[in-house]
Design a protein around this ligand. Structure first.
Ligand code: HPA
Length: 278
């Protein structure tokens, strides 16, 4: 919860000033959050600079498995990009306003586009895994809003509209990019789950009845904060497993990472094609 908007914004300014002082070359207007399986993207960029989160004032520590905790800057498909290798989850013990601190920093640095990627459990039992889903909307019922507390007036309104969190042109663009690359991709609603425990089969049945097609423990707080900051959001999930109760097996973090890695080439290709076309 944001107890003191002025103090929070002052921390955002300090972090942004630090990053802009450390970056060589043109400041990116695109930020990509590298979900599971996307870390090879940094090696596909030129002019890469690395900034460990631990050196950025106010940045939390990224503790999730496979999350490096490094802000990369580079050139991808001729565009300057920030790449967040490691994000912050509520289940790590961070308030959602802390999880989204980086989003505010990106806004202040002039970022206009945020591409969020994640691994998620799928609810379509016909889907061949790993699969992909473009996020068109979300269910945030289980998510503590990152906007709770004093409003950050320098970024956005107290009661922001949530009708178009995921930019409609970006949704079409992602669809077009996947088609061009021959990647099967669906479109659907992502349900936020607090974690860190996976959902129960009863919870999955309930979320599915509410219209969700995928479930995961990230993305929603970031999308809310980005949209509140006037940043355009695009997001897709790599569907690494069938959600709880939809297969005979048990869910495991290892399986999620294994399937996300299997999808890595396609995930990276999709991001590249998207970046090339925006
Ligand atoms: N549930 C929540 N988060 C996830 C899942 C899941 O089934 N798979 C990957 N991340």
């Amino acid at each position: 919860m944001i107890k003191d908007a002025e103090a929070y914004c002052s921390d955002v300014r300090t972090a942004a000033a630090y990053i802009s002082g450390r970056i060589k070359g043109v400041m990116p207007e695109i930020c990509i959050v590298l979900g599971s399986g996307l870390s090879p993207l940094t090696s596909l960029c030129s002019d890469v600079d690395e900034l460990p989160y631990s050196e950025i004032p106010g940045f939390p520590v990224s503790t999730a498995p496979g999350h490096k905790g490094v802000l990369f800057t580079g050139t991808l498909e001729g565009k300057r990009v920030f790449m967040m290798s490691g994000r912050f989850h509520h289940y790590e013990g961070y308030d959602t306003s802390v999880c989204t601190f980086y989003v505010r920093v990106m806004a202040l640095l002039g970022v206009k586009t945020l591409l969020l990627t994640n691994a998620a459990g799928g609810m379509d039992t016909e889907m061949i895994l790993p699969g992909f889903m473009i996020i068109t909307d979300h269910l945030s019922f289980h998510c503590d809003s990152p906007l709770i507390g004093q409003n950050l007036d320098m970024f956005g309104d107290r009661f922001p509209d949530q009708s178009y969190i995921y930019d409609r042109e970006y949704i079409s663009l992602l669809e077009g990019c996947a088609a061009k690359l021959g990647i099967n991709i669906s479109k659907g609603i992502y349900a936020y789950s607090k974690g860190p425990q996976y959902e129960t089969p009863a919870e999955i049945r309930a979320l599915h009845m509410l219209g969700a097609s995928a479930v995961g423990m990230s993305t929603v707080p970031e999308a809310i904060a980005a949209s509140h900051s006037g940043i355009k959001v695009a997001a897709f999930s790599c569907i690494t497993n069938l959600a709880a109760g939809l297969s005979s097996g048990r869910l495991s973090g290892e399986e999620v990472i294994e399937y996300a890695n299997r999808a890595s080439d396609d995930s990276c290709a999709l991001v590249r094609e998207f970046i090339r076309n925006i």
